[in-house]
Design a protein around this ligand. Structure first.
Ligand code: HEM
Length: 411
């Protein structure tokens, strides 16, 4: 590959075609910490290799999430101010205080307690399509479980849950024509306004009638002796609704696509599901990478990958590229369900922001793949998948599949 054929990572249409792995591979080899021009912006350093991504992820004092937020694109001051109320866009020690408010809801003990319910929900999701013999893998199978689970944890009543799905799609898909068209005028801003209004009403209710859910924990919590403001509660709700939904949905779809593309690995997995499912899910995580990048802003002059990066510059941590780093993963383009070690950075490269929902996501992935691979063992794609127009979320919007029809579990 020559430099002239490389893809422009700012061009969202590139990502509709697929992940530009050839470009990532080229830069990992030739310039792993690479200055990247940005149309209409001031440019940024792309971190393509495992070492620089994990270094930046772990050193929150030098690589700030708060200074400029975590999106590559610079935000207007007002939008940045609101973004910084979300703990994803805070630095320690403030970040630590907010994160502690909700860690209990995601502890291994708490997740274990949810496991049976998650398994039962996965069974129901497959029940709903199994007699049809065909479906859209994304909307019918992958999307439903993350939505139901996060709604349970947050305390959103059953009848309101479909709204969470719609708001989350409208916010993440704001640059994809399919969602823009479906929404008409009702784009990302109005989705956010609706979600905030809903979160405020739920918070009011839980203030008066506390329950064992995350919203109750948030509204009754204090930081430095003060309750959270209405806006702080709203953005907490926003973070949980979006972070837990899109990511797990897309990983499920990427995982299934990998099994389609590597039938030998799929056969191995289906032959011994109970023993091979956990390592297979880790490999799906290394492979799929729903969040392609997060941004940091450099707080003091630093040398990274041999480059002098001055304070104030921004860096983009390309998680997908780090997961294919030849220096860390042998034959990184082989999907290998027995890969070990498999220290991927799909949930972040350690550090204070390491995905709070990692254990929950793994539990959901186990539940849905166990159901699908046991009850729809011959599933095959019937048309190419369609991809989200985004260089931030590695999204699959639709993935038509067929399988031999089966019986509902309650039939
Ligand atoms: C396969 C699924 C998932 C992937 C790939 C994923 C990925 C990530 C990544 C890359 C980060 C940032 C890490 C960093 O900057 O170091 C993150 C943070 C976060 N994730 Fe996930 N996530 C997933 C599922 C979930 C789920 C199910 C939840 C549940 C609500 C969740 C909640 C969060 C939260 C709250 C944060 C912010 C943590 C903080 O700022 O301290 N995620 N996730």
């Amino acid at each position: 590959m020559s430099e002239a054929n490389l893809k422009d990572l700012n061009d969202l249409d590139v990502f509709v075609e697929g992940v530009p792995h050839d470009t990532f591979t080229y830069w990992r080899e030739h310039d792993p910490v690479h200055w990247t021009e940005e149309p209409g912006g001031r440019g940024y350093w792309s971190l393509f290799d495992y070492e620089s991504v994990t270094t930046a992820n772990r050193d929150a004092a030098t690589f700030s999430s708060e200074e400029g937020g975590t999106l590559i694109r610079d935000l207007e001051p007002e939008a940045l101010e609101m973004n910084r109320m979300i703990m994803l866009n805070m630095d320690p020690p403030k970040h630590t205080r907010y994160r502690l408010l909700i860690t209990k809801g995601f502890s291994p003990r708490h997740i274990r307690a949810l496991e049976q319910g998650i398994d039962a929900q996965a069974t129901k999701i497959v029940d709903n399509v199994i007699e049809r013999g065909e479906c859209d893998f994304v909307t019918d199978l992958a999307a439903e479980l993350p939505l139901q689970v996060i709604a349970d944890i947050m305390g959103v009543p059953q009848e309101d849950r479909h709204m969470l799905f719609e708001w989350s799609n409208r916010m993440i898909g704001s640059e994809d024509p399919e969602y823009m068209e479906e929404n008409g005028a009702a784009g990302p801003e109005s989705a956010q306004i609706e979600l905030f209004a809903y979160a405020s009403a739920l918070a009011q209710d839980r203030l008066a009638n506390p329950r064992d859910d995350v919203i109750s924990a948030i509204v009754h919590a204090e930081i430095d002796g003060d309750r959270l403001t209405e806006m702080e509660v709203n953005v907490f709700f926003l973070l949980l609704a979006v972070a837990g939904n899109e990511t797990t949905r897309n990983l499920t779809a990427h995982g299934m696509q990998a099994l389609f593309d590597f039938p030998g690995q799929r056969a191995l997995l289906q032959a011994d599901l109970e023993n091979r499912l956990n390592p297979a899910i880790e490999e799906m995580l290394r492979w799929g990478v729903p969040v392609l990048n997060f941004r940091r802003t450099v707080m003091k002059d630093v040398v990274l990958g041999g480059k002098n990066i001055p304070a104030g510059d921004k860096v983009a941590l390309w998680y997908m590229s780090a997961n294919r780093d030849e220096k860390v993963f042998a034959n990184p383009f082989d999907f290998d369900i027995a890969r070990t070690p498999n220290d991927h950075v799909t949930f972040g490269g350690r550090g204070p922001h390491f995905c709070l929902g990692a254990n929950l996501a793994r539990t959901e992935l186990r539940a849905i793949f166990r159901e699908i691979l046991t009850r729809m063992p011959d599933m095959m794609p019937t048309a190419p998948q369609s991809r989200l127009r985004s260089n931030f979320i590695n999204g699959i919007k639709h993935m038509p599949v067929k399988f031999t029809p089966g019986k509902r579990s309650d039939a």
